[in-house]
Design a protein around this ligand. Structure first.
Ligand code: ZN
Length: 82
């Protein structure tokens, strides 16, 4: 993250922090405790790692897909054994 300058104050020094990140999508929410973020040491502006956000998004959709498709989603293998 060292190359990127803060949008607010223009410096490029950050420290790592852990925050409770609330992801929201179409009126649904997922709280992700201890999300690693970079925080500007000067103004405190928080920046998220793209890989971290991607992983949160992936988990969000996994959780909501499971909620919306109950028991009928179970698949039984149709292989024949000899
Ligand atoms: Zn800053």
């Amino acid at each position: 993250m060292g190359e990127i300058r803060c949008n607010t104050c223009g410096i490029n020094s950050y420290k790592e922090r852990k925050i409770n990140y609330l992801y929201s999508h179409q009126g649904k929410y997922l709280l992700v405790p201890k999300t690693p973020v970079e925080s500007c040491i000067d103004c405190g502006m928080i920046y998220y790692d793209a890989a971290v956000l991607k992983e949160i998004e992936r988990r969000f959709f996994v959780i909501h897909q499971q909620n919306e498709m109950p028991d009928s989603y179970i698949q039984i293998p149709t292989k024949s054994y000899r």
